[in-house]
Design a protein around this ligand. Structure first.
Ligand code: SIN
Length: 339
């Protein structure tokens, strides 16, 4: 794992090598803060944020310098939105699940089995239709600079789960107040409990919650699997990020400098998103190497999960927008992500 992430990071950061240490800001530079709730190394978002910082610090050396803070060291996601508004924070990349206060449309990403895999979701994120999502978040004061990828979520619990009803009666941590996520858990007979990401391990370890859903990268880097009976390879929803800044910060920049911040975010998305899938697969292997238990579902079992969640898509279409949901369904069906 270490080898892969170091290799990938080195390859991508190579053009910006002179500023490879994003925390090495000079006294004459304006210091900008990028807050990340996940791990930095070996994590799709952490690696992308460090790549972005290194690229900006190289290009704007002497003027601006980004410091990246991982593991919720500065803020959790909810605090991050406030800090961006107040000018204390300049960049963040919250999960798409956490934009419910700004647009209901983003709840689309919580629809179970909408995307067959992360590369299908990325094809949708690159489509023109996604501009309406970006516009709503931007209009709320958080310009979306690009979309960064993590991967598919997996369920885990204190009981092994092969069927949707296997964890009935338990309480699972959820990352947002999404009514769709609540409906998914309700279908499974599970009670949702919203907790910030930094609180999940302790809540699982203490028994405050008995299960959760997240990507291989998040489950492995935060060691959730160590306090769970097993992780079920459910691949039921996509976890991606909107990389955002504050309107106040963007407006303070001259057009040329603003273009550097905006264009570099897109370049990093292009470079890093290709590796998010591999990073997650490597983190899945790390769980196995550490004696974590992963349950692979048979096609029949998987169909049972799909059938159980199928009514949720129709139910929530009107609140998200039928056209947007149908576009996502179409793009997923037509996607040829390996070409
Ligand atoms: C993240 O990947 O940023 C954290 C998502 C979560 O809160 O589960």
């Amino acid at each position: 794992m270490k080898f892969l992430s170091t290799l990938v990071a080195a390859t991508l950061v190579a053009p910006f090598m002179a500023a490879a240490d994003p925390t090495g800001c000079d006294g004459n530079e304006e210091v900008l803060k990028f807050s990340v709730v996940t791990s930095l190394k070996g994590h799709p978002k952490g690696e992308a944020a460090m790549t972005y910082a290194a690229a900006i610090n190289e290009q704007l050396n002497g003027s601006y310098c980004i410091e990246v803070y991982g593991n919720s060291e500065l803020y959790d996601d909810a605090e991050g939105f406030v800090a961006l508004e107040q000018g204390d924070l300049h960049f963040a990349a919250p999960s798409l699940a956490k934009f419910g206060d700004y647009t209901q449309k983003m709840d689309l990403f919580n629809l179970p089995f909408l995307f067959d895999g992360p590369l299908h979701a990325l094809e949708f994120l690159q489509s023109d239709e996604v501009e309406q999502l970006s516009d709503e978040v931007t209009n709320a004061g958080f310009p979306v600079l690009s979309y960064w990828s993590n991967g598919m979520r997996q369920f885990s619990a204190t009981v092994p789960m092969r069927r949707p009803g296997d964890a009935e009666g338990l309480t699972f941590r959820v990352s947002s107040s999404s009514p769709i996520t609540a409906a998914v858990l309700d279908t499974m007979g599970i009670t949702p409990k919203k907790l910030s990401f930094s609180k999940v391990y302790d809540a699982l370890a203490s028994g405050e919650v008995q299960g959760q859903e997240n990507t291989w990268a998040n489950i492995a880097t935060k060691e959730f699997y160590r306090v769970q009976a097993a992780v079920t390879e459910s691949n039921h929803t996509y976890l991606g990020y909107a990389m955002i800044t504050s309107q106040r910060f963007l407006d303070s920049l001259d057009p040329e400098t603003r273009a550097v911040f905006v264009d570099t975010a897109k370049l990093v998305a292009h470079e890093r998103n290709r590796f998010a899938f591999e990073l997650n697969q490597q983190q899945r292997q790390n769980i196995l190497d550490d004696d974590g238990i992963i349950l692979r579902l048979t096609p029949t079992e998987m169909q049972e999960w799909r059938d159980a969640f199928a009514p949720i898509l129709e139910r929530f279409k009107p609140s998200i927008g039928a056209e947007l949901v149908e576009t996502a369904v179409r793009i997923n069906a037509e996607a040829d992500p390996f070409n």
